[in-house]
Design a protein around this ligand. Structure first.
Ligand code: ADP
Length: 481
């Protein structure tokens, strides 16, 4: 008794302590043995349990052995839950001489029990309040539990109608499920979207998340499936997909239409421009000043139209991936000279000064003459379009080392905000207020970028808002021979 881990107390039939072992001092929080003298077991019972103890428990103990849970108050005020086994030691006369009490501290057990109870309550609440249906099955996939109200709401079955039934009553038949052979696999997957069956036979798409339940020996106890009705999401996805396909085919139709129309638009312009150029060059006799002036206007108009149409053509070729170069050895000087002809006419009409600063030697590069013309026509016409009255356009050429030649086009125009600089080469992108300055399609620079890339050249752009812009193309120069 002295060495027992349980608290052992011997009392008078009225409950006064006669003996207490060391575990009892510890259990009740006594420091010294003397403190137990004059102590009554009743007084150590917690106030909440005391009345029951005095009126029911103690009389029972005096009649014979009793055991049960009792809450005691320690000397330091803490509550201690004990499992009490008590009875009496009869005296010579047969009446109880002593009562004994053996108390095992079960506070930790109680705390653990409480924690388990809280956890269970917590998960029960989750189970009950979940908007997803939860289905618990045993190892052979028979339903052992479902949550309410989410499960009945989703499936139309009441809880008792499905308990003990096979899970297969809730799934679509193999033939109805979108992936027949996949149904088994989907049911075993950690997360899978599959077709489920309601009580009325209708099907819906549900995303199921699977959890495996194990028993104490890590054996299979069953499964938990959390099922979310995603039919609405599926519907939206399908509509989105449809819209995407519709848009894609519309986009392709647009490209086809653009390709066709720009081709047809271009054809009649080619001879018109050629005749105008020849007339202006005086090939068919001298012109009066008036005639020359009007012919110039005509040439500008036709040239603008052609640039636009050719841009469109190139754009559609870029989109379809069919833009290729007819590459040959070209003298960049020839390209620039030919483009300057147009630039000078445009500049004159807009009262702009053109400054040309080019070296005189040939600059051999590998490229497509017509596409190179397009690059410069584009940059030159932008330099004129986005300029200010009385401004200038400077075309400068200079070597960058022995194998690179840089041609820059500087203007004194409206400039481009820094945040737009990277986007001006995107399809159809135009800087916010450009529309008020000049009309345009927004594809010119997109085409320039692609043509520059195909020539193995690089682009450089710098611009200051309100001061002007500089667009430069740096070409790799072809070796001699
Ligand atoms: P657009 O047909 O509109 O001229 P581009 O692709 O040639 O199309 O140019 C895209 C946009 O870049 C233009 O709308 C304009 O806002 C801006 N931009 C191009 N070149 C210049 C320039 N030299 N000065 C100022 N802004 C320019």
């Amino acid at each position: 008794v002295h060495n027992s881990q349980d608290a052992v107390v011997l009392c008078s039939p009225k409950g006064a302590f006669v003996y207490a072992n060391p575990s009892a001092y510890e259990f009740f929080g006594f420091q010294r043995r003397e403190e137990t003298v004059l102590t009554h077991l009743h007084d150590l019972v917690c106030p909440s349990d005391r009345e029951r103890f005095e009126t029911t428990v103690w009389p029972r103990i005096l009649e014979g052995p009793w055991e049960g849970e009792v809450r005691f108050c320690r000397q330091d005020g803490r509550t201690q839950v004990g499992w009490l086994r008590a009875g009496v030691v009869p005296g010579d006369t047969g009446t109880p001489e002593f009562a004994y009490a053996i108390i095992r501290d079960i506070s930790h057990l109680k705390a653990a029990e409480e924690a388990v109870r809280h956890a269970e309550e917590y998960y029960r609440t989750l189970f009950r309040t979940s908007r997803d249906a939860v289905v618990v099955t045993d190892g052979s996939e028979r339903i052992v539990d479902v949550n309410e109200p989410a499960f009945p709401n989703m499936f139309g079955y009441l809880r008792h109608e499905v308990l003990g039934q096979p899970l297969s009553m809730l799934t679509a038949h193999e033939t109805e499920s979108s992936s027949a052979s996949g149904l088994e696999a989907a049911l075993r997957a950690e997360r899978a979207t599959l077709k489920w069956r309601r009580k009325d036979g209708s099907l819906f798409t549900g995303e199921a998340t699977l959890g495996v339940l194990q028993d104490a020996n890590a054996g299979l106890r069953g499964y938990v499936r959390v099922i979310r009705d995603v039919s609405e999401r599926e519907g939206i996805l399908q509509r989105l997909e449809q819209a995407y396909h519709d848009l894609k085919s519309l986009d392709e139709l647009k490209d086809k239409f653009l390709a066709g129309i720009s081709h047809d638009l271009r054809a009649p312009l080619v001879p018109v421009r050629a005749f105008l150029e020849k007339l202006l060059q005086g090939r068919w006799g001298p012109l009066t000043l008036r005639q020359e002036e009007f012919l110039r206007y005509c040439l500008i108009g036709v040239s603008r139209e052609m640039i636009l149409v050719e841009e469109l053509l190139d754009y559609t070729r870029i989109r379809s991936g069919s833009l290729t170069l007819r590459s040959e050895k070209v003298d960049l000087q020839d390209v620039i000279r030919a483009s300057l002809f147009l630039l000078k006419i445009l500049a004159e009409t807009n009262r702009l000064t053109v400054v040309v600063d080019m070296p005189v030697e040939p600059i051999p590069i590998m490229g497509d003459y017509n596409k190179l013309l397009r690059i410069f026509h584009n940059l030159f016409s932008n330099a004129v379009k986005y300029n200010r009255p009385g401004g200038h356009v400077t075309v400068r050429g200079k070597w960058e080392g022995p194998a690179r030649f840089r041609v820059s086009v500087e203007d004194s125009g409206i400039g481009i905000p820094q945040e737009d600089l990277r986007r001006i080469f995107d399809d159809f992108y135009r800087v916010g207020d450009s529309g008020t300055v000049a009309r345009g399609s927004g594809i010119g620079l997109a085409v320039v970028r692609e043509l520059v890339r195909l020539h193995g050249a690089e682009l450089d752009v710098q611009s200051t808002l309100g001061v002007g812009s500089m667009f430069a193309v740096i070409f790799p120069v072809a070796g001699q021979g």
